[in-house]
Structure formats: structure tokens, C-alpha cells
Unconditional design. Structure first.
Length: 63
């Protein structure tokens, strides 16, 4: 079997499965990791901050 055919079969089967699994894991990690809600809410409110009334500074979280 040629090298190209072998690599093509690998890419079409196992690499596709590996990359899809990686994508699903990253989406789940972003959505369900602890403490992410506060971070996402803070980032989502950036357009609504004004110079005359800035958003309150967040305190660093203690571990």
C-alpha cells in the first residue's frame, strides 16, 4: 500500500474521530467548567461600560 493511501485512510477514519472528540470535549469544558459563568458575564458586559460610570473592578478569587 502506498504511503499516501495509508495516510488518507488514517485521516478519513481515526483522525476524524479524534478531532471530533477533541472538539466536543473543548465545547463541554468551556460550558461547564467551574467559575466560568462570572467570567463570561464580565466579558459579555464590556460593550456596556462607560468612562463616566465604569464597571466595578472584580476582586481576585481566593483559592
Amino acid at each position: 500500500m502506498e504511503t499516501y493511501s495509508l495516510l488518507r485512510q488514517f485521516a478519513d477514519s481515526w483522525m476524524l474521530l479524534l478531532l471530533f472528540t477533541f472538539f466536543v470535549v473543548m465545547v463541554l469544558w468551556v460550558l461547564f467548567r467551574p467559575g466560568s459563568t462570572k467570567t463570561y458575564q464580565d466579558v459579555a458586559n464590556i460593550p456596556f461600560r462607560h468612562e463616566d460610570k465604569p464597571a466595578p473592578e472584580r476582586q481576585p478569587e481566593e483559592s
